[in-house]
Design a protein around this ligand. Sequence first.
Ligand code: NAD
Length: 352
Amino acid sequence: MMKFEHVSLPQRVRFGTGGARENLAAEIEAFGASRVMVIATEGGRELAHTVADGQPVVRWHHEVVMHVPVEVAERAREAAEADRVDALVCIGGGSATGLAKAVALTSGLPIVAVPTTYAGSEATNMWGLTEGARKTTGVDDKVLPRAIVYDAALTVGLPVELSVASGLNALAHCVDSMWAPRADPIDRALAAEGIRALRLGLPQIVKEPAGIEGREYALYGAYLSAHAFASAGSGLHHKICHVLGGMFNLPHAQTHAVVLPHVLAFNAPYADDARRLIAAAFDASDAVEGLRQLREELDAPRALRDLGMPGDGIAAAADAVLAAVPPGNPRPVTRENIAELLSAAWEGNDPR
Ligand code: NAD
């Protein structure tokens, strides 16, 4: 018997290579906005201008820091208020989107997101802020961008290594959406199509970074992954990465890329449906093997120690993960088996 409750978040998606300027203009017109604040990193300044020049921009804001420190959020909020901004446009990766969300959280201003990585934050109503080493996250519909403008041409400059890590971050949203606390059949269908799209797109990006088809598949997969994730919630994989990122200040996408094969191998033997769906999406006979092959093709990052995690941090991390295990995880989690998983990810061993 099939019985579930599914919530889809209200959001318009405009997808079209080369169409960012036109699609952004249409969204700004639809809001009737006349005082726009554009949020983009320093490095993304030029790209932001190519997309938003000609719009009624009253503030170009370039102080963007990963994980949104509260003082950075506060300065952006003050700027938006001082300039009587009536709409936010973020152009960039998850960090630029995250800052726009922080401003929307307190102001209620609408966001149009123009993503240039595969982080997927644009399709979720989740926000994050950090104070010192402590990251706080929450869910609020106010931070959900009203519209997303996807344009693969904006992503061709994303270096291959970052594209791979970011794409595997998206893949992790898909895999975790198979068994996260609110996972339902719609999430699993979206996640399976997301895996298929990323499996097709990411190898093309590695072979031809400036090629459009691979970039389009990756953006499409990233959107599906985040859509599923927003509905399903955080599964074991995301809890582990959240703990590691917070404790050791590790790079976001790369941490996901390293941890994912270990969580898949950990849960797959205890999750028959998920295992079959993931294997089929990889067009492989086995889910774990499908991911292994893809990671090999992509030369994906392998070890937490290469990302700066200290080896003597494994025990404390295992305790913190144990305290955060989401309900309904397919495999019972113990201090021993989670420490074993973390050790293998730290060493960069093939997951068992
Ligand atoms: P990021 O936004 O920090 O970008 C990484 C680097 O890539 C930056 O230096 C950026 O300037 C550069 N970059 C981005 N696009 C580029 C392009 N097209 N060409 C060249 N360089 C480019 O990294 P990210 O992985 O996209 O986002 C990570 C952040 O997003 C984290 O803080 C994470 O917690 C958050 N996140 C939030 C959610 C959510 O639902 N709230 C989901 C995923 C990630």
